[in-house]
Ligand binder design. Sequence first.
Ligand SMILES: Cc1cc2nc3c(=O)[nH]c(=O)nc-3n(C[C@H](O)[C@H](O)[C@H](O)COP(=O)(O)OP(=O)(O)OC[C@H]3O[C@@H](n4cnc5c(N)ncnc54)[C@H](O)[C@@H]3O)c2cc1C
Length: 568
Amino acid sequence: MIYHELVIVGGGLAGLRAAIEAKKQGIDVAIVSQVWPGRSHSGAAQGGVNAALANHPESADDTWEKHAFDTVKGSDYLADQDAVVQMTKDAIPVIYELDHAGCPFSRFDDGRIAQRPFGGAGYPRTCYGADKTGHYMLHTMVEQAIEARVPMYVEWFVARLVVDDGVCRGVVAYDMVRGGFELFQAEAVVIATGGAGRVYSNSTNAIISTGYGMAMAYHAGVALKDLEFVQFHPTGLLTTNILMTEGARGEGGYLVNDLGERFMEKYAPTAMELAPRDITSRSIQTEINEGRGIGGKGYVHLDLRHLGAQKILEKLPGIRDLAIHFEGVDPIEEPIPIVPSQHYSMGGIDTDMDGRTTMPGLYAAGECACVSVHGANRLGGNSLLETVVFGRRAGAAAAQYIDGLDEFGRSAAVGEEALADVRDRVRSLANREGGEDPYAIRAAMASTMKEHFGVFREASVMQAGLETMMDLKARVTNVELRHAGGVFNLDMIRTFELEGMVDVALGIAAGALARTESRGSHARTDFPERDDANWLEHTLALYEPDGGPRLEAKAVGLGMFEPQERKY
Ligand SMILES: Cc1cc2nc3c(=O)[nH]c(=O)nc-3n(C[C@H](O)[C@H](O)[C@H](O)COP(=O)(O)OP(=O)(O)OC[C@H]3O[C@@H](n4cnc5c(N)ncnc54)[C@H](O)[C@@H]3O)c2cc1C
């Protein structure tokens, strides 16, 4: 048994920021992470992070209020406005805090932090470090956590929460390096496990972005919110779905169809290529569906050639490398073939502005959480921001909760039962013979989600997809573990993940089928209009072991911005 007052599951930006904050408040906190924190998906973020610093010559009168307005409009009015206000106000000090910690942001000639235009933003307000912003932020934060002497359990996979009498009291985790399961007792837990992109087969996300952390909370009885809102990024590489940052269009890149047209003119005549992602992805998909993809095929071009070699090498060097190595195309010489690709989970664990869930002792922050600041569609550059703003707040709130526990509220020795349970489960999986192949189920799930719950959605297609997902869920109960070894048993991890992924995917499917309107990323051909009278509300999904989720509605936090029609 291992004890820390606070256990943070996940070493991405949100988890690191939460840990640093709790440590500052004198809490005994540790990070438990499946990978070395510096390899978390946060490090793959390219384009930048938003804050109304007003450094760009064209953004002199930018303010946090304008950032808040763009975010709420971008969310199709589903974001909770108090949370958006908090985030956009905090954005400015948060960027300076990162800067002072040594994060190497790109600079203007006058030495101020550089900013570039991004989709759906009224001003150029996205701060960046070339096209490696997430990498720079993540490594800055890893250094800060090491300096603060936060213990890190690296290459430990958290398999289950320990819940005692309705209170979260720790986790059961698998030690990949030494083999075997261990109980972590704690006064509180923060889940910071990132997104669920890998439930789709066409995702820009890392292999470890499975949504398993969301599922752990869900299985323990905490609601997942707004799962049906899945962001498709307009520009993933054709063959691998690897991301080509929105920064490429921020720097002036064009989207072009087979006729050589900059087709965004038809869909967003003012914003053009810098319309928000939901609108841009739908525009690309429409061009493809109507036969104007390149050569009539299923992709269009992202053309950077007119930016010139110098700008590409200076501002987008990583994009060029990725395009050369994974698509065989040098953007200085040729246009890049791209397709809309699953990119971000707007939904997640239902929390308040301090990362609190409905379960005492359980907090969540970052992409696995739904505060909600992104509503039905996230603006580019707002997610890196969310991780640090709400990671900090969750760490502070958990620390305060722990400080407030009297000696009777503190952890009794609990969790042995959960540990024994997990061990039994693994044993029975390993002993089963002739069971289902978990990899085949996973592949079927990911392609079902891609084909049935993509950019455009329609009832009969979704209904068929939901039925397939229910069959897959039934098959998951009969999977067989092929490898029973103790050390680095990735077969076992993938099997655990699969159980969680299928439930998260079913939550997406059920929410999407139920929501009979189009809002943000959720675009229904059979209900093309937004329906504020009936649907200006969050969806809560509650776990039911034997089927799809139970859905409930939750009110949206409205505020300073009245819902209007979205035009760009
Ligand atoms: C390619 C790409 C580019 C992006 N670019 C941008 C951008 O330019 N701007 C922007 O704002 N946003 C961007 N985003 C989104 C943004 O990067 C992410 O939403 C954000 O970094 C998520 O951070 P996180 O801390 O929540 O999770 P992550 O960084 O994903 O970290 C998750 C952590 O949880 C751990 N973990 C997960 N499950 C377990 C488990 N069961 N047990 C133990 N540990 C576990 C992992 O080891 C990891 O440390 C991008 C995303 C992608 C995929």
